[in-house]
Design a protein around this ligand. Structure first.
Ligand code: SF4
Ligand code: SF4
Length: 264
């Protein structure tokens, strides 16, 4: 008899309940109060009288399998086997006894993971990863994140800022990563220079024309060859035409810059 066909697995966000620390599961929605006994630690008390301490550590976000295994070993050995990730790629460990907090922090610091980010601090920087999956990036955002967080990570650890500050870095001015108070992006400041000799051989001109969000590109003929031209009064220097047509040369060592947008 033929085997029954394999049914597709449902995808999407899984139910969180099976992954919750037992104290969080038991007291879900029934918390009475919480405080922050020290930077990087939150202490929650439930109406039932149960208590849980959450220790937050920063990660480098794009982690290799060895780092993930190291964090999971820390969770098993020092934190009752439960973790969760925050929206800004911090990792949080939950423990149900106060006596477990300091050994957990000591282990995290020993392994190079900064503890902080729960109070008035500079957050771990959320960033895009267009270098891995997108065709527009002007640069690799994660390199800029590393350089900046090397400078700022004391503000994550000490939590002595006047208020919380959320930083983001994006690899182009479309700013996919921009849910923050201060966004840092790569911004081109000049329209593309077109290498007309190459356009006819390399580019599918209608798709390049369609790619421009402000209809600044149109077909043209230069020196008898089919090519493209850009209306520089319309061009917003977004760089979207470069991926389908590399002769639209917009990356420039002088005119492609980091821009800092303040104000969310
Ligand atoms: S910020 Fe730009 S380059 Fe980076 S992922 Fe978003 S659209 Fe792509
Ligand atoms: S840089 Fe952006 S706005 Fe300018 S021509 Fe290319 S796609 Fe259009």
């Amino acid at each position: 008899m033929a085997e029954a066909p394999r049914m597709p697995d449902e995808t999407g966000v899984p139910e969180i309940e099976p992954y919750l620390h037992p104290v969080l599961k038991k007291n879900y929605g029934n918390w009475k109060w919480h405080d922050r006994p020290r930077p990087g630690v939150l202490h929650h008390v439930a109406h039932s009288g149960d208590e849980v301490w959450t220790v937050r550590a920063g990660t480098q976000r794009q982690m290799d399998v060895y780092t993930i295994r190291k964090l999971m070993d820390i969770a098993d050995d020092f934190a009752e086997g439960y973790v969760r990730f925050t929206i800004r790629s911090n990792i949080e460990f939950m423990v149900s006894e106060e006596s477990k907090v300091q050994p957990l922090i000591d282990k995290l610091l020993e392994e190079g993971f900064p503890v902080g980010g729960t109070g008035n601090s500079i957050s771990m920087i959320s960033h895009t990863q267009g270098w891995l999956h997108c065709d527009i990036p002007a640069t690799d955002a994660s390199g800029a994140v590393k350089a900046l967080m090397d400078e700022l990570h004391e503000e994550f650890v000490r939590e002595e800022m006047p208020n919380r500050v959320r930083l983001t870095i994006s690899c182009c001015q479309i700013n996919c990563g921009g849910q923050g108070d201060i966004a840092i992006n790569i911004q081109h400041t000049k329209p593309p220079k077109i290498n007309h000799d190459m356009v006819g051989n390399v580019c599918e001109r209608p798709s390049v024309v369609a790619r421009c969000p402000v209809a600044a590109i149109r077909p043209a003929v230069v020196n008898g060859k089919p090519t493209l031209e850009v209306d520089e009064r319309k061009c917003i220097c977004c760089g979207a035409c470069f991926p389908p047509c590399p002769p639209m040369q917009i990356n420039d060592p002088e005119h492609s810059k980091f821009a800092i947008w303040v104000g969310g």
